[in-house]
Design a protein around this ligand. Structure first.
Ligand code: HEM
Length: 441
């Protein structure tokens, strides 16, 4: 910039006076342009940073979070800035922007969590990492929860369901609390199985490495294992423990909250409940005929029940958004996101957009008869940090719904309507219900 001033000041001495004004004027415009195009001076997204220090935190907590996000989106568009929980943030609510942050430019946006969560779960857990250690762990965790790995777990999950259901009969239960117990038991069982698989995989890996280093090795395995980062060579007990705790933590509150919503939506929509029951009864009938218990392949024949789960994940959007942090100044759709700022892809706002889901407030599982457009439906996130437990979560919901709908009915106790947050949005008071045996028609 200084050199530009120098050039301008020298050259003006040789310009005739009548030309001086337009030259100065255009030089001024050029300066403005250069300033503007330099990343440091690029525009921040529109929006309000609220009050000094507290920003808009009070507003977020006093307004309903849904309206907090959607009011700002209406006012400023799909990308806007704000300041919450002591951090400057950029909130994004377009599928394209979510794709950039979570997938195509994911390396520029690292996951970020409050220190309290890191302390509670353990710093080595998968959520808090990026790069080589993360992708190594992710492969191991994912392998434990792929359909091929969990298809043999149906009978174990069914046992857990059949242990819980009779304890609800003719009782008033707190749906959320009971679903938490159920999801916790499934998570414990799956995490222990995963731990075994993890150990086996690692033992095999180390054995292979020894063999390949004798032979000169090569390939991806060798690259991974010969990396300088010791974290890649083996997982310590501490790393394994943090990840087991992490999986249990990620698995049970989320699944329990979604199941609570499924029961609420089915309760509020009797024809839908009856249609789901017919689908499940048909499976039951075939199982009785074949003298079989529920298997993986039966859970693949539940299209309506699966769509009810999909629509619940959309409508309830229990993870309203996720957090990332810009690792450097990032130019983003004509704006700059400064290094250190939080970036929040707003899943709920996208899931409730009229453009992608007509009549978004209506609970309508049939909308999933056609697949949603890319990046408009992300209940399990997307990209490198997407949820490795999505198949397990769906499976445990299907198994529970199979037995619940064919054997029981439930009535919401009291007339408490509304939502509470703890930490995920759930029906008020955790949805107390009376459960009673279903009268077969
Ligand atoms: C309906 C239930 C569930 C929902 C809605 C859900 C949702 C999500 C979402 C949105 C993410 C991505 C977060 C981000 O990008 O910042 C995630 C990550 C994760 N989920 Fe789930 N989840 C569920 C169940 C489970 C289950 C059952 C497991 C255990 C097997 C699990 C394990 C994880 C783990 C380990 C991560 C971190 C992945 C990473 O950082 O690479 N989740 N989940």
């Amino acid at each position: 910039m200084q050199s530009l001033f120098r050039i301008l000041s020298v050259s003006t001495t040789h310009i005739p006076l009548p030309l001086l004004t337009p030259v100065l004027f255009f030089s001024f415009l050029l300066l403005l342009f250069l300033q503007w195009s330099h990343p440091k001076h690029k525009r921040l997204p529109p929006g309000s940073m609220g009050w000094p220090y507290i920003g808009e935190t009070l507003r977020l907590y006093t307004e309903n979070p849904n309206s907090f996000f959607s009011n700002r989106q209406k006012r400023y568009g799909d990308i806007f800035k704000t300041h919450i929980l002591g951090c400057p943030c950029v909130m994004i609510s377009s599928p394209e922007a979510a794709k950039t942050v979570l997938v195509s430019q994911a390396h520029l946006f690292k996951p970020t969590y409050p220190p309290s969560k890191e302390k509670m779960i353990g710093p080595e857990a998968i959520f808090f990492h990026q790069g080589a250690y993360h992708s190594r762990l992710k492969k191991l965790v994912q392998a434990s929860f792929l359909p091929t790995a969990i298809r043999g777990s149906v009978s174990e999950i069914e046992k857990i369901v059949l242990k819980f259901l009779p304890t609800w009969e003719n009782c008033t239960i707190n749906t959320l609390q009971e679903m938490k117990k159920y999801a916790f038991d499934v998570a414990m069982f799956s995490a222990m199985k995963a731990r075994k698989l993890l150990n086996e995989t690692l033992t095999k890996l180390i054995k292979k490495r020894r063999e390949s280093s004798k032979e000169g090795g090569g390939g991806l395995l060798e690259v991974l294992l010969s990396a300088k980062d010791q974290k890649l060579n083996h997982l310590s007990d501490c790393q394994i423990a943090d990840n087991i705790i992490g999986v249990i933590f990620a698995a049970h509150d989320t699944t329990a909250s979604v199941l609570t919503w499924v029961l609420k939506y089915l309760h509020d929509n009797e024809p839908l409940l009856e249609a789901v029951t017919r689908e499940q009864e048909e499976i039951r009938r075939r199982l009785i005929e074949a003298n079989h218990s529920l298997e993986w392949k039966d859970t693949r024949r539940m299209p309506l029940t699966s769509r009810v789960i999909q629509e619940t994940l959309r409508t309830a959007s229990i993870l309203s958004f996720t957090f990332r942090e810009a690792v450097q100044d990032v130019e983003f759709q004509g704006y700059v996101i400064p290094r250190g700022w939080k970036v929040l892809p707003l899943f709920r706002t996208i899931h409730h957009s009229q453009d992608f889901f007509p009549q978004p407030e209506k609970f309508d599982p049939s909308r999933f008869e056609v697949p949603p457009r890319p990046y408009t439906y992300m209940p399990f996130g997307n990209g490198v940090h997407s949820c490795p437990g999505s198949e397990l979560a769906k499976l445990e919901m299907l198994v529970l719904l199979h037995h619940l709908t064919t054997t029981y009915r439930w009535k919401v106790a009291g007339n408490e309507d509304g939502i509470q947050y703890g930490p995920f949005p759930v029906p008020k008071k955790g949805l107390p219900i009376n459960v009673y045996p279903r009268k077969k028609k």
